[in-house]
Design a protein around this ligand. Structure first.
Ligand code: SF4
Length: 228
């Protein structure tokens, strides 16, 4: 499995915010978000090949049972199901963070779905050469629904402008059996001043629509740095 980094930090976003967790970051992504905050897993993927045993050995070095498998897009990894199964056998609480464009049955305690809105499409990056591919793949309603039906979940949207809320409404209208408290809105941004500025109007819109706001605590604490 191609791994970009493994590190121990606190969960910075979502329902488990603040929980000390081991992060396994896979490398490789089938999308190219224009604002991707881990370009070393997508636009310029880096990383080395790790066996499942080596990953399990690394995870065991840390004192938390919470493991977050993130990316990149971890669902692309052929061994993802074996890894999750092995971690589960060792008593881990597993969160898997995915853009929800691909479905696989998975052993996990929380699936963190982050479907990408139109604000993510890289029309101007790399002369727009990935834009059509990204547009075609970024939203897959049947896949999102399958995850919602199969797991405890959170459904997280990265918002860049007020108009994004209308788009979120259209997406939610196509999904069934949603718990509104599990719909999380996060600001697009990788610095505290930008996140704080956007948070003010996002929180007001969250109150209007009944969604939950999630900060990006790791950025506020450590900045946009690897290993945090
Ligand atoms: S899905 Fe995630 S890793 Fe992939 S390009 Fe978008 S933000 Fe980056």
């Amino acid at each position: 499995m191609r791994i970009s980094e493994i590190f121990y930090s606190i969960q910075g976003e979502g329902r488990l915010i603040g929980v000390p967790s081991v992060f396994l970051r896979t490398s490789g992504c089938n999308l190219r978000c224009r604002w991707c905050d881990t370009p070393y897993t997508s636009w310029q993927p880096e990383g080395t090949s790790w066996s499942i045993d080596k990953i399990l050995g690394e995870v065991a070095k840390y004192p938390s049972r919470h493991v977050v498998i993130t990316g990149g897009e971890p669902l692309l990894a052929v061994e993802i199901q074996t890894l999750a199964e092995q971690l589960k056998r060792r008593g881990a609480h597993i969160t898997i963070e995915t853009a929800a464009t691909i479905f696989k049955p998975l052993d996990c305690d929380l699936i963190s779905l982050s479907p990408k809105l139109a604000n993510s499409t890289p029309w101007k990056n790399a002369r727009g050469k990935f834009a059509a591919m990204h547009e075609r793949r970024r939203l897959n309603i049947p896949v999102i629904q399958k995850f919602l039906d199969a797991h405890d979940y959170q459904l997280k949207f990265v918002v860049d402008g007020r108009r994004d809320f209308a788009e979120i409404g259209v997406i939610l209208g196509q999904l069934n059996n949603l718990d509104p408290t599990r719909i999380l809105i996060m600001a697009q941004g990788t610095t505290s001043p930008v996140l704080n500025r956007k948070a003010r109007w996002i929180v007001e819109l969250c109150k209007r629509y009944g969604y939950s706001y999630t900060p990006r605590l790791h950025i506020q604490l450590f900045g946009n740095r690897r290993g945090t």
